[in-house]
Design a protein. Structure first.
Length: 131
């Protein structure tokens, strides 16, 4: 999923993706790198579920869709800590998909009961093992 700046005919970059406080909506902000034009996407609860199930597919990578209850349950849990090595690896992911990748890996860690995101957890999340 991408937005194109019509004026520049250029793919816009993902600036921010954040859940609203109630968790029912999601705001996703895209920016055109050439003309700085911004668009924001605000989703309703059904669309929020859709975007979450798309997950990192926004960046071209795919992840299996997840049931709503599971997403709800994991959204509220505290974020796990990242080891230095795992964080360094995350920094190599293209910037525009990084928030989505981080979110997906943290969700995976929480589902596995991991309090720390290590390279092993990243590998697992990527291969989809245990999901
Ligand atoms: Zn533009």
């Amino acid at each position: 999923m991408k937005f194109l700046c019509v004026a520049c005919d250029e793919a816009m970059k993902l600036v921010e993706a954040a859940d609203t406080p109630h968790g029912d909506s999601l705001t996703v902000i895209f920016r055109c790198a050439r003309c700085e034009h911004r668009v924001a996407l605000l989703t309703n609860p059904q669309e929020t579920q859709l975007v979450h199930s798309l997950g990192v597919a926004i960046g071209g990578r795919t992840t299996p869709p997840q049931p709503l209850a599971r997403v709800r349950a994991t959204l509220n849990a505290a974020s796990p800590l990242w080891t230095e090595e795992a964080e360094r690896r995350l920094q190599r992911v293209p910037e525009f998909v990084r928030p989505m990748v981080r979110d997906n890996i943290e969700r995976h860690a929480r589902e596995r009961g991991c309090r720390e995101v290590t390279c092993e957890v990243m590998d697992e999340a990527r291969s989809g093992m245990g999901m």
